[in-house]
Write a protein that binds this ligand. Sequence first.
Ligand code: HEC
Length: 155
Amino acid sequence: MKIVLKLTVLIVLLFTSCNNTKNQVSYATANNNIENDTIHQGKILMETYCYTCHDATTVEDKRVAPPMIAIKKHYMFKDTSKEEFITSIQNWIKNPNEKDSKMYGAVRRFGIMQKMPYSKENIQKIADYIYDNEIEEPEWFDDHFRQRAMNKETN
Ligand code: HEC
């Protein structure tokens, strides 16, 4: 029974992730779309640039990087200001390296994130979105992670 349920969830996830990819492309290319008035630009940018690797739907054994919720949990605590959060993400993107990493397990498992030429402004928008909003969680994400990561910081 449990296995059937898991399989169903997996199939649903596979289909929704295909749909997401299509949506992201149309959001990203249609700059003047009405969607942009209601959807935070950082969300669109995050889904376009970061979700290739940091999405929430890829199953655990197929992942190439941790989901964004895990990154939020390592970079944002109760007393982290939005400015501090944005700066720390910008610093990482500018120079991903082992010494500055806060996610040793992820580095061990996936290797250091490659350096990519994202603009500071786009990272500002992405981090602003992550700071203010609940980030999608994978089905397999541990319950205690979920509580610790999401409790206080989102409001
Ligand atoms: C090509 C795959 C890939 C893409 C695209 C990608 N990342 Fe990563 N990222 C990784 C991997 C792998 C890790 C885990 C290893 C590490 O921490 O370096 C990681 C880790 C991170 C970390 C945690 C670093 C640490 O170790 O403390 C942050 C922050 C991060 N990514 C932000 C982003 C943001 C923001 C974007 C989009 C603008 C993004 N990444 C796009 C692969 C990617």
